[in-house]
Design a protein around this ligand. Structure first.
Ligand SMILES: [Mg+2]
Length: 267
């Protein structure tokens, strides 16, 4: 029997086995750069939270068209005022729309939301929406990168977000998110998205490596409200001057430059 505190053969054997395993692993990854990066980075992933409208895609105003169709079906009218919708949440927008109609959104919310979601796929199919430049290639590249995780941070309600992403076949890239039915305040939606990332990634989540990618000043502000870094893109609701004034970490014309995007979020 081995004496207490003795550095016995069993422990040495375990150490040798551990060294052999590490040596084997290093040999295995030496010729495979992506696996090597994964081994080095697996404890700290970059969480990327993408806005949808104006950042990943243009829905051809399908959301508002479906809202109008739903309001006409429910009440026979739509409000005349043009509301600002960029960078806001579905919940906040619909509260204002119902206020203009002098009706209570909460009272009608269940019926309205279901009708709206039922109509949205058909309206999307008839609208001239499109994926924004570079998005398809960027998502494909990011999904293959072992050191990043992809999530959503949007003002769209979860069901509406899924409908829009599925319309363009890009829903499969995202595994967590914060949505416009989580809160009416976009900053609170950002907080939900960060928590969703933390829950999904567990020990690999790194609060210092969270990025928001969005097209409006509201996206920049909600990123800052949760301590995230932010890339603003000029493909949606914000002009270059407006976005620059909001002081994001980077302003990109669009998402075509995959190399610059990856370099920015990895450093
Ligand atoms: Mg947007």
């Amino acid at each position: 029997m081995m004496a207490a505190g003795h550095w016995g053969p069993g422990v040495k054997g375990s150490c040798r086995l551990g060294v052999q395993m590490i040596s084997c692993l290093l040999r295995e990854v030496a010729g495979r750069p992506s696996l090597f990066i994964f081994v080095c980075w697996r404890k700290s992933l970059v969480s990327l939270l993408f806005d949808i409208d104006g950042t990943l895609l243009r829905a051809g105003n399908a959301g508002m068209k479906a809202v109008h169709e739903t309001l006409v079906e429910m009440f026979g009218e739509v409000p005349e005022s043009n509301l600002v919708v960029h960078g806001r949440t579905d919940h906040g927008i619909m509260t204002d729309v119902f206020d203009l109609l002098e009706k209570d959104y909460q009272q009608h919310r269940g019926e309205f939301d279901q009708l709206y979601w039922d109509k949205l796929p058909g309206v999307m199919a008839k609208s001239d929406g499109f994926l924004l430049p570079g998005v398809a290639g960027l998502l494909e590249e990011l999904s293959a990168a072992p050191d990043v995780a992809l999530g959503i941070l949007t003002g769209n309600a979860r069901v509406a977000a899924d409908i829009k992403l599925k319309h363009f076949g890009i829903e499969r890239y995202f595994s967590f998110g914060g949505y416009g039915d989580d809160h009416s305040d976009r900053n609170q939606v950002a907080a939900v998205a960060v928590e969703a990332a933390r829950e999904e990634l567990q020990g690999s989540f790194d609060a210092d490596r969270v990025w928001v990618i969005g097209d409006t000043v509201n996206d920049v502000n909600c990123a800052r409200s949760v301590g995230a870094k932010v890339i603003a893109v000029e493909t949606g609701g914000g002009t270059k001057d407006e976005l620059t004034e909001a002081a994001p970490d980077f302003v990109f014309e669009d998402l075509r430059d995959v190399e610059s995007f990856l370099f920015s979020v990895r450093n």
